[in-house]
Unconditional design. Structure first.
Length: 278
């Protein structure tokens, strides 16, 4: 549903970018003072009538797995709007049958339900699932409504010029529509009303947003024995040792210092540093 970033040194510095706010997302090659030339995730988003630009680089220059995962999840999010948004006249019915979404369960199908959106009303089929309510006209399946429970503001039974009707008001994010449905007889209307309230309550507790992602298993490379290249070193020491290191050698050859009875150099006190040294 979103990308979260936070600082490891201070939790006050954090970002939450919802996929709904993302305008464009791609990878670019950037030159960083810290990382040098590396791949970066570039996100352009919009929020509160302002545009925001974010650039993320990976700690490991050659590891782009995180970026691939973000793109995979974003594609799944873009393909699952029916779980979260109100849709009118969309391709949700085929051959008079509802095209069921992944992990969607249909609980009730009611025929002979009038949609009161027009003066004369339209007769159709009313469907309740664990994700949404759907209505479509019997004579024209393309005239339909798909309303996820997350976009419902309230549900009630109210009197209309057609008699008692099921009235559903959507949230502002879904256009603040008021939908009316007539179900006969009234006992059946009451049962559908109670069932819709129950399904909406259950969905509110355990929402289903429609993004189902399974990480790809990491490729396990077979264990192989590797032998490092061996380079023979010349131990003669002639011209191979930097002259700056000769003062720190523990042997007596060519080293300056006072030799003791055992042939080893004795420590010499240094007044400038305040301690003895070889």
């Amino acid at each position: 549903l979103r990308i979260i970033w936070y600082s490891v040194t201070s939790s006050r510095f954090s970002l939450s970018i919802g996929f709904t706010c993302v305008l464009t997302m791609n990878t670019k090659t950037v030159v960083s003072k810290v990382r040098g030339t590396t791949q970066a995730l570039h996100i352009l988003s919009v929020g509160n009538n302002s545009r925001f630009e974010f650039i993320f680089t990976n700690l490991t220059a050659n590891n782009t797995k995180h970026f691939s995962t973000i793109f995979d999840i974003y594609r799944l999010y873009q393909a699952s709007f029916l779980y979260r948004e109100l849709k009118l006249r969309s391709a949700i019915v085929s051959g008079g049958q509802l095209m069921v979404l992944a992990q969607e369960q249909v609980f009730n199908t009611i025929s002979g339900v009038w949609n009161l959106s027009s003066d004369q009303g339209n007769l159709g089929i009313f469907i309740l699932s664990n994700v949404r309510l759907v209505w479509f006209a019997e004579m024209n399946n393309s005239f339909n409504i798909s309303l996820p429970y997350m976009q419902i503001a309230n549900v009630r039974i109210r009197e209309s010029k057609y008699g008692p009707a099921l009235v559903i008001q959507t949230l502002e994010t879904a256009g603040s529509y008021v939908l009316g449905f007539r179900i006969d007889p009234q006992d059946k209307l009451t049962d559908v009303y109670k069932e819709l309230l129950s399904l909406h309550s259950v969905y509110t507790e355990t929402p289903l947003f429609g993004v189902f992602y399974e990480p790809k298993p990491d490729t396990v490379r077979p264990a192989t024995e590797s032998i490092d290249d061996i380079e023979e070193l010349d131990q003669s020491g002639v011209g191979e040792i930097n002259s700056k290191f000769t003062a720190y050698l523990a042997d007596s050859d060519g080293a300056q210092g006072v030799l003791g009875a055992d042939g080893r150099r004795r420590p010499v006190y240094c007044k400038e540093l305040g301690f003895a040294m070889e």
